[in-house]
Design a protein. Structure first.
Length: 161
């Protein structure tokens, strides 16, 4: 299989998994979008109201952040009770919304297996730096997801989420 709808795969690119009815910040309310994982890229196929493809967003897996062999792709349940798949790329964080928790777990598993298989030779090594505001003085604080960083201005500790 060398293509998936509107996606034209590279010659040495093959399908790993796909899920329909996926939301994201780019199409949160329209659960008609498709998420596709290949051996080279992650694609978010955004659909319009009539089901026609609006845009294909491509995230090269060479920009996937891998920390000590662990790809930074996680399940999260949002405060609105949505099942979220968070994936960190060197270009930033992407969040995808699924109907079922099990689906997200399957995606996390597949991404982990893909990294463990060694197919992705050149994934990013470090966690991207993100910027947040200090909760006490509102100064800009930079750090990595999961860290607790001391604000340079007021000395308060800010947990980077
Ligand atoms: Zn501060």
């Amino acid at each position: 299989m060398n293509n998936d709808g509107n996606i034209v795969f590279e010659p040495d690119e093959s399908l790993v998994m796909r899920s329909e009815r996926v939301g994201s910040s780019k199409g949160l309310h329209i659960l008609k979008n498709t998420l596709v994982l290949t051996t080279k890229n992650l694609y978010f196929v955004e659909c319009g109201i009539l089901g026609t493809t609006k845009e294909v967003h491509r995230y090269p897996l060479s920009t996937l952040v891998v920390n000590n062999g662990v790809p930074q792709a996680f399940y999260r349940r949002s405060i609105q009770n949505l099942n979220i798949l968070d994936i960190y790329f060197t270009t930033g964080q992407e969040s995808f919304v699924f109907q079922w928790k099990q689906k997200v777990k399957k995606w996390v598993e597949s991404i982990n297996e893909l990294v463990a298989s060694g197919i992705l030779s050149d994934t990013a090594e470090s966690i991207p730096t993100v910027y947040r505001f200090c909760s006490r003085c509102e100064a800009s604080v930079k750090g990595h997801i999961g860290e607790s960083v001391k604000c340079e201005y007021c000395g308060a500790y800010v947990s980077i989420e």
